[in-house]
Design a protein. Structure first.
Length: 202
């Protein structure tokens, strides 16, 4: 009996060591991912695990994130949006589609693309909620700029090819489009005298 007990104790220690090693390997893997990875307990949607990228992007220490809820970390409106999509994902029981959220981090607006995945137990019941988020702030800024460029070129082309506009109207329309593009004051051509154009700002 004593020999059996010693053997079982040794086996338990081996299993425990292997679990610790696996956990350490998992943490290393997650901390080397450039994407934010977080896990929430579905009981109260508190955060129980985050990786290094989450600390960096949110500019908070891991100890200041763990055990907290979205309402403790983000603005009220942001937290409500997150909690709503959390509950929708858990209710559906399947991974969510990409969710685009804007978040204020130290007075800077960041845009994140997030996928949420319910982690189920052996009975198919959700136990945790896994989230993976990518900071797409720069991509969104580039996309917005591209749309602004396309809109400007479309406007200029439309004005230039409009045979119903005289030269003064065309110049005013082009000035208005250009000034709006650069967020400047609106200007109008008040007088055309030969090759000389008088521009008034309003």
């Amino acid at each position: 009996m004593c020999i059996t007990l010693i053997l079982l104790t040794g086996q338990n220690a081996l299993v425990r060591r292997r679990v610790e090693e696996s956990t350490e390997e998992l943490n290393t893997l997650l901390d080397n991912m450039p994407l934010m990875v977080w896990v929430k307990d579905i009981k109260d949607l508190s955060i129980v695990r985050v990786n290094k990228a989450t600390e960096i992007l949110l500019k908070r220490r891991r100890a200041d994130i763990l055990g907290r809820k979205d309402r403790d970390l983000f603005l009220p409106a942001e937290a409500r949006r997150m909690e709503t999509t959390d509950m929708q994902t858990l209710k559906a029981g399947v991974p969510s589609k990409s969710i685009i959220n804007t978040i204020e981090v130290e007075e800077e607006t960041h845009v994140f693309k997030t996928r949420k995945v319910p982690i189920l137990d052996k009975n198919g019941t959700p136990r945790f909620l896994l989230g993976i988020s990518e900071d797409i702030t720069k991509q969104e800024a580039q996309r917005t700029q591209l749309l602004r460029n396309e809109k400007l070129f479309e406007t200029l082309n439309k004005v230039a090819s409009d045979s119903n506009l005289d030269m003064e109207d065309k110049i005013n329309a082009i000035l208005e489009a250009g000034l709006a593009y650069f967020d400047l004051d609106i200007a109008i051509v008040s007088r055309i005298d030969g090759a000389l154009y008088t521009v008034q700002y309003c």
